[in-house]
Design a protein around this ligand. Structure first.
Ligand SMILES: Cc1cc2nc3c(=O)[nH]c(=O)nc-3n(C[C@H](O)[C@H](O)[C@H](O)COP(=O)(O)OP(=O)(O)OC[C@H]3O[C@@H](n4cnc5c(N)ncnc54)[C@H](O)[C@@H]3O)c2cc1C
Length: 401
């Protein structure tokens, strides 16, 4: 957004509570690699020109990439400046920080979609003997106590963390709720390549029937490993990870209760993957890729054991740690402008917030399916900075009246 504002000669400042790339420096596990290939992290004025376009950046590489981009575009970032409140309305905002106040006609909320780990409230009832860690706090298996681990959540974070902890020699149980299975490589190309080429990632928010639902869909079950392998539930059960249903509650006596819907969850996930691959196959057929790409293929269905356990005594000592990989939510506790819905999310129309001069960027399906990816920022920032520029020079006054 800063680059797009600079392109339009709009004077601005970027307030950051930590260093540039703060969330990548402080809220990710050590071994994380992007699940999007190198070529796919395109930012305004930046396209990957290294020698490994299909590789996946390591965490230090992601930090360098974002920090170097900020330097290259000379973004006017004020680091170590925490926004403590944003108030005012209608084109006159007061932004208070721990290093002074700012007044401005426009504000872009770019504070991230993943500030707080979403943990079910019943986690309060866990026995004291079990250590609780969120995916945001988890760094590596060596920081966990010895003994069994229950990982809750089977999207990209949960499956990667379960895999890594299992490889450290611990017994791992993975609690599986809604998830979307996806092959890493399909017909000889990265799945992200197909989704990008076929226009899946460019699908717009105003073309989707149920956008509220689309904004809640979990991330694809993908991992960016050097061997480009698929990390799905079959791969995990094969190496010995135990799969159970959604973590639904904890009894008075300290037993975990797992939903009996595991088989259905997995069947649904297989179905959704099939639909995505059908769409890709149709696009490949229509666009002349059938002759150059490998033939269509389908993964075998997700294997689920006959009667997966519906409970687990958490006081028995078998489970020493629970890792909550149950998603994230944004933190707008500092936003004093009345634009939040009853779930605490910002009300907006494709990033144009319901308060004149206020914009939002970086949240799930903001304007396009790719909006929550690094690669989604460029198009969204271009659109929103156009809108912001028009607002500033008065071209939108009549539209709003
Ligand atoms: C575990 C995980 C893995 C991911 N993997 C990928 C991937 O492989 N590929 C991909 O494209 N995307 C991935 N993403 C999504 C990616 O994080 C987002 O696309 C990207 O971070 C969005 O950038 P952002 O600047 O909008 O938000 P953030 O990166 O969250 O940045 C928000 C910034 O705002 C600052 N901030 C927050 N509150 C305040 C405040 N009150 N005052 C001042 N500053 C504040 C934060 O310190 C932070 O630096 C992943 C996300 C997660 C959580």
């Amino acid at each position: 957004m800063s680059r797009c504002l600079a392109d339009r000669a709009i004077d601005h400042v970027v307030l950051e509570r930590g260093e540039v790339a703060h969330t990548w420096r402080t809220e990710r596990w050590d071994s994380l690699r992007l699940l999007t290939p190198n070529w796919q992290s395109r930012l305004p004025g930046f396209a990957y020109d290294g020698d490994n376009p299909d590789g996946y950046r390591t965490l230090p590489e992601v930090i360098d990439f974002i920090a170097n981009y900020a330097k290259a575009i000379a973004a006017p970032v004020q680091t170590h400046t925490t926004v403590t409140s944003v108030g005012g309305s209608d084109g006159c905002y007061l932004v208070s920080t721990d290093r002074g106040d700012w007044r401005c006609r426009t504000v872009v909320l770019a504070s991230g979609a993943c500030n707080i780990a979403s943990v079910p409230t019943f986690a309060d009832r866990l026995p004291r003997s079990v250590v609780n860690v969120t995916a945001q706090e988890y760094r590596n298996p060596h920081n966990l106590p010895d003994g069994g681990v229950l990982v809750v959540g089977a999207s990209s974070s949960g499956t990667q963390i379960a895999h890594e902890i299992h490889r450290s020699g611990r017994a791992v149980t993975l609690s599986v709720g809604e998830h979307i299975r996806a092959p890493r490589v399909y017909r000889g190309r990265d799945l992200e390549w197909w989704m990008d080429a076929a226009g899946v990632l460019d699908q717009r928010y105003d073309e989707i029937e149920d956008i509220a639902r689309a904004r809640r869909v979990p991330s694809l079950q993908l991992a960016g490993t050097p061997d480009r392998s698929t990390l799905d539930l079959n791969a995990l059960t094969e190496i010995g990870v135990k799969i159970v249903g959604r973590f639904a509650g904890i009894t008075e006596s300290g037993s975990a209760q797992f939903a009996g819907s595991l088989r259905n969850m997995c069947a649904l996930s297989d179905l959704k993957m099939g639909r995505l691959l059908d769409l890709i196959d149709a696009w490949a057929r229509e666009n002349g890729f059938d002759d150059v790409a490998e033939p269509p293929q389908r993964l075998p269905p997700t294997r689920v054991e006959g009667a997966p356990p519906l409970g687990m005594d958490l006081t028995a000592g078998e489970i020493k740690t629970i890792v909550w990989a149950t998603g994230y939510r944004p933190d707008y506790s500092w936003l004093k402008v009345p634009v939040l819905d009853r779930k605490g999310l910002v009300r907006h129309d494709g990033g144009v917030v319901a308060s004149p001069g206020m914009y939002l960027i970086g949240t799930q399906f903001l304007r396009r399916r790719k909006s929550s990816l690094i690669d989604g920022a460029a198009d969204d920032a271009r659109d929103l900075s156009d809108h912001l520029a028009a607002y500033l020079d008065g071209r939108l006054v009549r539209e709003r009246a």
